[in-house]
Design a protein around this ligand. Structure first.
Ligand SMILES: [Zn+2]
Ligand SMILES: [Zn+2]
Length: 440
């Protein structure tokens, strides 16, 4: 029985520069030994192009020549075995952290095909790249160079499954499969590719997890907080048979994390518990985004004024005060599924707002995105008069599927990637995609 997937292709289209980025000038460069082909005359002798948007077309300055075209395609090798750090076409600038206040411009190095077009008075770049090369680059973005090999292998297979399953398909209407940012999976080409993660991609080439002959929808997040969350707590349309609640620990125990939040707070058997990493160089293993800690347990003091501002932004009317927060339902890991915010509006009338999702709650409570919705409000009794909201929370991210910190904890105790994957995706099997995948 052939394996099927959502992508059904051995290449994936990644949106790199999007019209919403409003980028109107780009520079492309590559090494002389890189064999770049494309639609520019005399391209073979060039190593640099400067593009700008002029009268709805792409103006190209190449050596001393100026061309104007509606679209431009450049292609270079994207076989995973040919990748090296910073190999590919160097593209500058690209937005990282799109939609967040910390967004910044970076430069990336991209293997495969770059197609540059004009859309909504801005330049648009789509990178069509071999799935195997894409997952090598994605796994690098998620993990540091010193990460254990079994963690990298597990992470690479999960990234491959996520890409092939294409379950979220957020961007099909925009003409590509995934974007380059955390909205999908962080992809910065080969810019930060490490030998270690490249080797993991080559060693696990074509390996995927399947369920009923389908590549699984392999969700993952940074830190579950002790219990892996169920799919349907976070997204519509569940349940998914292999994305179920389970203790992220060597032994399962009766009950769920949500049954007793205080007991959960003191629970340290989990593979993702910060106690397991006390003598470990986390910065070297998790990559530069995670250097500050594991976020297994956290406390955060939020300004009530900021929450009232966010409420104004989302409800469209002024909130004078916050009177209370009613938590309505939690998932197995204690992540809040939805809650009500109660307050007084500008006219002095009671008002309330429902916040319907784990994602929505994290966005509403913090402009820099709350670590997770698995929190209790420590000053609930005095919230009405307090200026601040003190949250005590567990975990980082949605908590569904593979817990990256837990997978690190497992790998550090010598557990192999097959067993790590089996722990987080029960009932699935490891298999290899074949050439059939592209033809289904
Ligand atoms: Zn996206
Ligand atoms: Zn965990």
């Amino acid at each position: 029985m052939p394996i099927s997937s959502g992508l059904n292709n051995d290449h994936i289209r990644v949106g790199i520069v999007l019209p919403e980025d409003q980028i109107t000038t780009l520079s492309l460069a590559w090494d002389s030994e890189l064999d770049v082909s494309g639609s520019i005359p005399g391209l073979g002798t060039l190593q640099k192009l400067d593009l700008s948007l002029k009268s709805g077309k792409i103006q190209i300055v190449a050596a001393s020549n100026i061309f104007s075209v509606a679209e431009l395609t450049l292609t270079c090798n994207d076989e995973v075995e040919a990748l090296k750090t910073k190999s590919g076409i160097h593209l500058d600038p690209v937005i990282a952290g799109r939609g967040f206040h910390w967004h910044k411009q970076i430069a990336v190095d991209l293997p495969g095909e770059l197609k540059i077009t004009v859309e909504n008075k801005a330049l648009k770049v789509i990178n069509t790249v071999a799935v195997e090369a894409y997952v090598a680059c994605v796994a690098t973005s998620e993990m540091g160079a010193e990460a254990p090999a079994d963690l990298l292998a597990a992470q690479t297979i999960v990234a491959r499954c996520w890409s092939l399953a294409l379950a979220e398909a957020k961007h099909l209407a925009e003409g590509f499969d995934v974007c380059n940012d955390d909205c999908c999976q962080r992809y910065q080409g080969t810019s930060f590719l490490t030998d270690h993660s490249l080797q993991a991609a080559i060693d696990t080439k074509h390996e995927v997890l399947i369920y009923n002959d389908q590549v699984i929808d392999a969700r993952y997040s940074k830190n579950c907080g002790g219990m892996v969350e169920a799919y349907e707590t976070v997204w519509e349309g569940g349940p998914v048979p292999y994305l179920i609640p389970l203790w992220d620990a060597p032994n399962q125990r009766p009950g769920l994390a949500v049954d007793d939040p205080d007991d959960l707070w003191n629970y340290h058997d989990a593979y993702c518990s910060s106690k397991r990493f006390e003598s470990v160089n986390l910065a070297g293993m998790l990559g530069k985004v995670d250097v500050s800690g594991s976020y297994y347990r956290w406390e955060q003091l939020l300004s009530k004024a900021d929450l009232l501002q966010n409420l104004k932004k989302y409800t469209g009317h002024i909130w004078q005060s916050l009177e209370g927060i009613r938590i309505m339902e939690r998932g197995a890991s204690s992540r809040i599924k939805f809650l009500f915010l109660e307050g007084i509006d500008k006219a002095g009338q009671p008002t309330e707002q429902i916040v319907r999702s784990e994602y929505g709650i994290r966005q509403m409570f913090s402009d820099s995105f709350l670590y997770s919705s698995a929190f209790v409000i420590k000053n609930a009794a005095t919230l009405k008069q307090d200026d601040q909201i003190l949250l005590r929370g567990v975990g980082w991210g949605h908590g569904v599927g593979l817990c990256q910190m837990g997978a690190l904890g497992m790998a550090l105790t010598g557990i192999e990637y097959q067993a790590i994957l089996n722990h987080y995706y029960p009932g699935t099997q490891l298999s290899k995609t074949t050439d059939n995948l592209a033809e289904i």
